[in-house]
Design a protein around this ligand. Structure first.
Ligand SMILES: *[C@@H]1O[C@H](CO)[C@@H](O)[C@H](O)[C@H]1NC(C)=O
Ligand SMILES: *[C@@H]1O[C@H](CO)[C@@H](O)[C@H](O)[C@H]1NC(C)=O
Ligand SMILES: *[C@@H]1O[C@H](CO)[C@@H](O)[C@H](O)[C@H]1NC(C)=O
Ligand SMILES: *[C@@H]1O[C@H](CO)[C@@H](O)[C@H](O)[C@H]1NC(C)=O
Length: 683
């Protein structure tokens, strides 16, 4: 492999072992790995798990990962792989032109794959086509993309990187005002869309975006869209046409430099206009150098929006290592089918999905007392192994208890990352036992190119987010108003390192709010150092609010408890600082509610009908109360009333962010009448 260094050598070793389905002795280098077929051995630890970080002298108690050698941060591993363009070419080489991008042409059709070289050829053509149409191959040209994840998305990214241009994702959930704002602020002349409906949205706002010149669409255009384009004076071309134009008018590549921007990631603030976080090639490469290492056998399922930096980051690590990325069909409800077919080895996940998975499995297990008993014994045994650093899926417990569950995820998963919100410790250890692969919880934000800290393979503990990545320092800073003090190892998490973003586009003021004079990023999250040197997220400066009696409420933590109720799948908690109590909105689980209503309450009907029924509401409230008690919520953390809403909060209806986090502000606005009614009733 192209990578040297002890950490990576060990890491590669260990991944190869898992890939081979056997378990091996922890040798230090690949060359000396000794395979033993059955006897379980701990996986090689890359650092002493009891001492994962070191304090950096003279830096306000900042800490770095123990695998930084001589106190130096890692910027890149290979001097020839310093941009996302070089990363993709590296994948082409490592995989000997293997499968790069996979998609399902239709629900019944199998995955089709585009090879690395074919992807690069298409990217070169697309890039040359854009240049032929008037875009400049320079590092200040911003190209918009308004599309779900699919091969053309990655091809466009590579086209940009090959010609030093910058990609700017647009997405629905930012709101239409935001799209207009972004096109203007980033001076975007070309937007590439997947669907006609998105083209329509852009053209209908054409008056507000006078600099928009060209819209490229991936599907066949409709007459409506063509007419509107003519009327508004925007050039409309099919994606294939632009590739063909480039093929006929080729251009020499002008690859981006490591210091160039590669993407401007707009994120919605809680209020006001979106902010465009500038990420450079070197910032993303530094994370992939200090984080995950993947290989050509890897397959990743791509379903979290590429507009989010976390998804892009994991995809980059897949193609940097020569693996393949398979796109979901575009419908979250069919995700499990896509997974069954793709059989991914790598999975970038978010708690909402893992929680659902957990609920489905435990509901199945609880249905029979024999199953339940067997399951809990198996869990106990696997937990013991985890404590000894053994991570595997070939134990007797796997064969008889967990294999079916593993098959549900395709059977080949060997690495899952979870981020973007805290995952409950119970779910994390459950998954580690029954999926039988490292499941690493991480923490980060767009301004750190997505990740700040990530658990190391073999971490048996839950409730921490691992040591800082090898590419950044982390220090904790006093937060007086919340009584957190750095001297006690608690405070606001701040970081510095090559993965830091390059500020918000044309917004020095907002940049100054998060980036201090010494170049530390202030995250707004409160962390604590654990005795083993890992970081733990204990609080937030942002969403936290106070109830009238003075108690601080962390709504996300509470919601994560409530969604454990078998009858609901989503919960939104709300509290007013003028009131002493919380109220909530719950979405019933369409899979369990009808059965429950029929069996327990003798009621039938659609989920909508049931949601309206006061008897059902009472039953749901009861289940929520029970869940809250089991989950250890304090009395002031428990909701006093609930409104049952039959439709899932989704990205489409604007109530979730693209990474499936609750949009609290929108939820509050949306449910204002019901919230007000509940508070009135409670008085
Ligand atoms: C892929 O492209 C590289 C670089 O252009 C070339 O060296 C290699 O032979 C190609 N592989 C195949 C299988 O076409
Ligand atoms: C673009 O490249 C030039 C020349 O290397 C460099 O000075 C400039 O900082 C770069 N600008 C951006 C936005 O990356
Ligand atoms: C299944 O049972 C376990 C242990 O009793 C409990 O913690 C869990 O919440 C139950 N899950 C469901 C979905 O009923
Ligand atoms: C530190 O690690 C050891 C061994 O993995 C574990 O037993 C212990 O609980 C950990 N402590 C914390 C606070 O994470």
């Amino acid at each position: 492999m192209y990578i040297t260094g002890v950490f990576i050598a060990v890491d590669m070793d260990y991944l190869k072992i898992l890939g081979a389905g056997a378990v091996t002795l922890g040798a230090v280098t690949t060359a000396t790995a000794v395979y033993l077929s059955q006897k379980p051995h701990p996986i090689p630890m890359v650092v002493d798990m009891l001492d994962q970080t070191a304090e950096v002298p003279g830096k306000d108690r900042a800490r770095i990962s123990r695998y930084c050698k001589n106190g130096k941060l890692v910027e890149y591993l290979d001097k020839d792989v310093r941009t996302l363009y070089e990363a993709f070419r590296n994948g082409a080489r490592l995989s000997s032109n293997g499968q790069a991008l996979g998609w399902k042409p239709g629900p019944k059709e199998p995955y089709k794959w585009l090879s690395y070289n074919d992807t690069l050829v298409k990217a070169a053509n697309l890039g040359a086509g854009l240049i032929h149409l008037g875009e400049m191959p320079v590092n200040t040209t911003n190209i918009g993309i308004y599309s779900q994840n699919r091969p053309e998305y990655v091809i466009l990214e590579q086209a940009c990187y090959m010609y030093s241009m910058v990609i700017v994702p647009l997405y629905d959930t930012l709101g239409e005002e935001a799209c207009t704002f972004i096109i203007n602020q980033a001076e975007i002349q070309t937007v590439v869309c997947d669907k006609n409906v998105k083209v329509l949205k852009l053209l209908q706002k054409r008056e507000q975006t006078p600099n928009l010149k060209l819209v490229i669409v991936m599907e066949e255009t409709t007459g409506e869209v063509e007419n509107l384009a003519k009327q508004t004076g925007v050039k409309l071309l099919h994606y294939d046409t632009v590739e063909k134009l480039g093929e006929d008018n080729p251009q020499e590549p002008r690859p981006a430099k490591p210091s160039d921007r590669c993407v401007i990631c707009y994120t919605s603030g809680t209020t006001g206009l979106p902010k465009g976080a500038i990420l450079t090639h070197s910032s993303i490469i530094s994370i992939d150098a200090g984080g995950l290492t993947l290989n050509p056998a890897d397959r990743m399922i791509s379903y979290l929006p590429l507009a989010h930096s976390y998804e892009r980051l994991i995809e980059v690590s897949v193609y940097m290592g020569g693996g393949g990325i398979g796109f979901f069909q575009g419908d979250v409800r069919k995700l499990m089918d896509d997974i069954q077919e793709l059989k991914p080895t790598v999975f970038a996940s978010v708690p909402r999905l893992l929680n659902r998975f957990y609920d489905k499995v435990t509901a199945g297990v609880n249905a029979s007392s024999v199953k339940k008993m067997l399951f809990s014994i198996a869990m106990r045994e696997k937990e013991k192994e985890l404590r000894r650093g053994i991570v595997r899926k070939d134990s007797i417990w796997d064969k008889f208890v967990f294999q079916k569950i593993q098959a549900g995820l395709g059977g080949r998963v060997r690495l899952i990352t979870t981020g973007s919100a805290p995952l409950s410790p119970k779910v994390l250890s459950f998954l580690r036992c029954c999926v039988g692969c490292p499941i690493l919880e991480g923490y980060g934000q767009t301004e750190s190119s997505a990740i700040i800290s990530l658990q190391l393979p073999g971490e048996p503990e839950v409730g921490n987010v691992g040591p800082p990545l090898a590419c950044n320092y982390v220090k904790l800073v006093d937060v007086r108003e919340m009584d957190y003090w750095a001297a006690d190892g608690r405070g606001e998490i701040c970081l510095k390192g090559p993965n830091l973003f390059g500020g918000y586009l044309k917004d020095p003021e907002k940049t100054k709010e998060v980036l201090d004079e010494e170049g530390w990023l202030h995250t707004g999250d409160i962390g604590a150092w654990c005795p083993n040197g890992t970081l733990k997220i204990i609080d937030r400066k942002k969403h936290i609010f106070k109830l009238a009696q003075g108690e601080y409420i962390a709504p996300e933590k509470i919601e994560n408890v409530y969604v454990r109720s078998p009858l609901v799948c989503q919960v939104f908690i709300y509290g007013e600082s003028l009131k002493a109590t919380l109220v909530g909105v719950a979405v019933p689980d369409p899979d369990t509610l009808p059965g429950f209503a029929k069996k327990q309450l003798g009621l039938s009907g659609s989920v909508e009908d049931l949601a309206r029924n006061p008897i059902v509401k009472e039953a749901i409230m009861e289940s929520l109360m029970e869940t809250a008690k089991k989950g250890g919520l304090a009395s002031f953390e428990q909701m006093r009333d609930v409104y049952v809403y039959p439709e899932m909060f989704s990205v489409e209806n604007g109530l979730l962010t693209p990474t499936f986090k609750a949009k609290r502000h929108e939820l509050q606005k949306y449910f204002k009448p019901q919230i007000d009614a509940m508070y009135t009733k409670l008085q």
